[in-house]
Design a protein around this ligand. Structure first.
Ligand SMILES: [Cu+2]
Length: 70
């Protein structure tokens, strides 16, 4: 499981957009984004390229603060 801290979300809708974006990536089984804590929790294949996840978040207009493996 990965936890990604994200900046620049302004509402619940942003969190939902990021969830949808992350879930569209191959290898991602589940993605949830908590708007209150600003943390995305991602269940994915162990060998996933984390850059795919962080690039997707940036492409959507948000900022990756940190990535933590859990
Ligand atoms: Cu928003």
């Amino acid at each position: 499981m990965l936890k990604i801290k994200i900046a620049k979300m302004s509402c619940e809708h942003c969190a939902h957009r990021i969830e949808q974006g992350l879930q569209s990536i191959a290898g991602v089984k589940k993605a949830t984004v908590d708007f209150t804590t600003k943390i995305a929790t991602i269940t994915c294949k162990k060998d996933i390229d984390v850059n795919l996840l962080t690039t997707k978040i940036s492409d959507l207009g948000y900022e990756v603060v940190s990535v933590e493996e859990d």
